[in-house]
Write a protein that binds this ligand. Structure first.
Ligand SMILES: NC(=O)c1ccc[n+]([C@@H]2O[C@H](COP(=O)([O-])OP(=O)(O)OC[C@H]3O[C@@H](n4cnc5c(N)ncnc54)[C@H](O)[C@@H]3O)[C@@H](O)[C@H]2O)c1
Length: 333
């Protein structure tokens, strides 16, 4: 009997960009969070490989979602100095494998998919935790992830006004120009305080290691997506605000290690019992979403492998349907 050659599909960023938008990834990512909240996902916390000589790190992120027939691993970095070299600070590849046979199905560029899944995760959180009529968005840090958050948030909330702040004013101005066609009022604030103080939703997406948003600046009823802190020692929000907010993390183990809560937990300003829920528990209905118009809610995103693999599966299915990508006989089977 003639054996059938197994082919692995190589999917480039261009292939993936043509079939998956942040808006249409929101449902896939929400399904993955639901599985996580129901306890159906296997996802060891990400493994960090520090590169102190290069002021960066690599991270290995495996996950298995049996009900969604998804298994695989993402290999991703964080090199904040890369922008000065004309390279993205975050780049990634994902291997998607068949859980039944372990055969690799696809090798995907995951740089674009990382921002898709992070944006979509922010959208899932805001849909459950922000006030329903939230219309004023503040972005502190105006890089790649901030734009992805804004893309997702405008799909789930009636955003009409955006205020931007970045340490580098030209970055804020560039994002303002990009948002020109979005049909919203977009302005650049001179200080982080003026950026956030009248917002309904605040997104922080900087690599900061000292808080950039102070507790007194945030009014009651605000929802915060804290995106930037994803490694030990990173912190964007003053600890006093975390102590006042209702905190929902993406995953407790990862958040305690490297999320927005990692510094205040280590210095004792915050107690582990003050972390109210995981986003998966909220999506699965085990814990409530927003409870009152007054509470300050904070979603602490570290980025989960289940998000990566759910959007990778979406990209794989759509590319295969449309005949995109390059199939290669990688294993010689
Ligand atoms: N939670 C997640 O899932 C997730 C996913 C990807 C990246 N990240 C993290 O998000 C952060 C941003 O990533 P990115 O790809 O958008 O990076 P980026 O380099 O594209 O953008 C970061 C922006 O923050 C600005 N900035 C730096 N310090 C600031 C400060 N103190 N105040 C205001 N602005 C400041 C920079 O000028 C830059 O424009 C990084 O820390 C990254 O590791 C988190």
């Amino acid at each position: 009997m003639e054996s059938q050659t197994h082919r692995v599909l190589i999917l480039s960023r261009r292939d993936i960009e043509s079939v998956v938008t942040i808006g249409d990834a929101i449902e896939s990512v929400e399904a993955a969070f639901r599985e996580h909240g129901l306890g159906h996902a296997t996802m060891p916390a990400k493994v960090y490989l520090d590169l102190p000589e290069h002021e960066g790190d690599f991270r290995a992120m495996p996950a298995y979602l049996p009900n969604l027939k998804i298994a695989g691993i993402k290999w991703v970095n964080s090199h904040p100095g890369n922008r000065a070299r004309g390279l993205p600070s975050v780049m990634a590849v994902t291997i998607l494998s068949d859980p039944a046979t372990a055969l690799p199905m696809a090798l995907l560029d995951a740089t674009y998919l990382t921002l898709v899944r992070t944006g979509a995760g922010g959208g899932v959180a805001a849909r459950r935790l922000a006030r329903a009529g939230s219309s004023h968005l503040a972005l502190v840090g105006c890089g790649v992830q901030a734009k992805a958050q804004a893309e997702a948030l405008r799909r789930v909330l009636p955003i009409r006004q955006v205020t931007l702040f970045d340490l580098r004013q030209e970055t804020a101005r560039a994002l303002q120009a990009e948002m020109g066609g979005w049909g919203m009022k977009v302005r650049v604030a001179p200080t982080p305080r003026e950026c956030v103080q009248e917002a309904d939703i605040v997104v922080t997406a900087t690599p900061a290691r000292q808080p950039v948003v102070e507790a007194d600046w945030i009014r009651s009823g605000t929802h915060i997506n804290a995106i930037g802190a994803d490694a030990p020692g990173k912190q964007e929000i003053e600890s006093a605000l975390l102590a006042r907010a209702r905190i929902v993390v993406d995953d407790k183990e990862q958040a305690f290690h490297s999320g927005e809560v990692n510094v205040p937990l280590k210095d004792g300003t915050l107690k582990p019992e003050q972390i109210d829920a995981t986003l998966g528990e909220v999506v699965a209905g085990k814990k409530p979403g927003r409870r009152t118009d007054e509470e300050i809610t904070l979603f602490d995103s570290t980025g989960l492998a289940i998000q990566d693999l759910s959007v990778s599966r979406l990209a794989f299915d759509r590319c295969r349907e449309r005949g995109l990508g390059t199939a290669i006989d990688l294993l010689g089977l």
